[in-house]
Design a protein around this ligand. Structure first.
Ligand code: OOG
Ligand code: NI
Length: 402
């Protein structure tokens, strides 16, 4: 229940998501093309407004601030994704609504990554990156006041909603002027393109907004027909009768013209496009089977077997509702054969999306980085534990029917 005089977080989130989409559509024209391709007149009304975005943060304090900001819009951190094992120096969570009613009202999520500066090998460069980041402020003063007000009052007083949204959008906008000189940018880029993207700009620009499609194979084909050059493969499980989890594919959208702090012109690839299809949430048993089959498939692809052929491994995953139910592989609404939708992300898919849009090689087996202990550090930075997605699905699967 929203208190009298307070803005409903679901409405605030819906407005924020729509405003981001409008801005992104103006600034990244191929995103508009993608929206036309997935447009489904008369379809599931949720599909028309459903999208996720992604941001990359530099410092623990930034992550904590983002958590407080997103909480005002009913977005909460769910799940922990460690991508260092895949050669990407970040760890991440997904901010998303958690109640069924909130998901239905505005299914908006933000995949949020925190750079792991400790994984930059060169100590001098690491210190320089930390020093550059410590000088930036990603929230306006007014936004911080409004977040504190919402925390104190148990909600955002409705008269502040417009101002809150305008100030929040400021955090996620694209900055055409870099915060560093060209030489620093190129040094950081050489360390890892992701480091340059996070460290060299004044804020965590939204780097993609992803609409949801009913059939990603159809959309993938349509993207190619439009000349969008998506990556050749679709991340996640192969095509099936009963969709499970999440399938995604992406394309490079823009070479941005930037100006460095010394006035030198340059370009930076920051913003890309992505589309996704969602299916059933899997139980821990289902997820274990998925992870095992995916690892086998990736090993075959790494050894040169074509993706389409390697995908045959997934024949071992039951592909009908009765089979999924009987083997307790997927979550269902209480007393039904209706699967609960997967609302989260997949680490191996996310790593593939990162890699392809950073211009890194696509095949799996990228250099693994030292891992371990990341989750506790992430939660300290966040200032809260991340919620367990399996527990959220399990509770929806056991709610009283009706
Ligand atoms: C995030 C990449 C991961 C997804 O949908 O899995 C992602 C990023 O590039 O910042 O967006
Ligand atoms: Ni994404």
């Amino acid at each position: 229940m929203t208190e009298v005089g307070m803005v409903d977080p679901d409405i605030l989130r819906a407005r924020f998501s729509q405003a981001l989409s409008d801005i992104y559509r103006r600034e990244v024209p191929l995103y508009g093309t993608l929206l036309e391709l997935v447009g489904s007149p008369g379809g599931d009304p949720r599909l028309r407004v459903e999208r996720h975005g992604a941001i990359r943060l530099g410092l623990p304090d930034e992550l904590r601030g983002i958590r407080r900001l997103f909480a005002v819009m009913g977005l909460h951190p769910v799940g922990y994704y460690d991508l260092a094992g895949a050669g990407i120096p970040v760890h991440s969570t997904a901010f998303r609504p958690i109640q069924a009613a909130a998901l239905a009202a505005s299914p908006f999520r933000v995949f949020t990554s925190l750079l792991r500066l400790e994984l930059i090998a060169d100590p001098a460069l690491r210190d320089e990156a930390a020093a550059i980041l410590s000088g930036r402020r990603i929230f306006t003063g007014r936004l911080l006041e409004l977040v504190a007000l919402a925390e104190a009052e148990g909600g955002l007083p409705a008269e502040h909603a417009d101002r809150f949204l305008a100030e929040a959008l400021e955090t996620f906008r694209w900055h055409p002027t870099a915060a560093v000189e060209a030489a620093t940018y190129h040094q950081l880029r050489a360390a890892h393109p992701l480091v340059a993207d996070v460290v060299c700009f004044r804020g965590p620009h939204i780097n993609h907004l992803t609409p949801r499609t009913r059939d990603i194979d159809v959309t993938h084909g349509a993207m190619r027909a439009r000349g969008m050059k998506p990556k050749p493969t679709i991340e996640g499980p192969p095509r099936r009768q009963v969709p499970i989890l999440l399938r995604q594919t992406s394309f490079l959208a823009l070479d941005e013209v930037v100006r460095f702090a010394d006035g030198a012109p340059g370009t930076h690839t920051a913003r890309f496009g992505e589309v996704e299809q969602r299916g059933a949430a899997l139980t821990p048993e289902g997820r274990t089977l998925y992870d095992r089959l995916l690892a086998l498939m990736q090993a075959e692809v790494a050894s040169g077997i074509p993706h389409a052929e390697a995908a045959a491994i997934f024949a071992a995953f039951p592909d009908d509702l009765d089979g999924l139910h009987a083997a307790k592989l997927a979550f269902f609404r209480p007393g039904t054969r209706e699967p609960i939708l997967y609302e989260d992300f997949l680490p191996a898919s996310a790593a593939g999306i990162f890699r392809s849009n950073l211009g890194a090689a696509d095949p799996v087996g990228a250099d693994a980085m030292p891992v371990g202990g990341g989750r506790a550090a992430f939660e300290v930075a966040l200032g809260a534990p991340v919620l367990d997605e399996m527990a959220l699905y399990a509770s929806r699967a056991s709610e009283a029917a009706g």
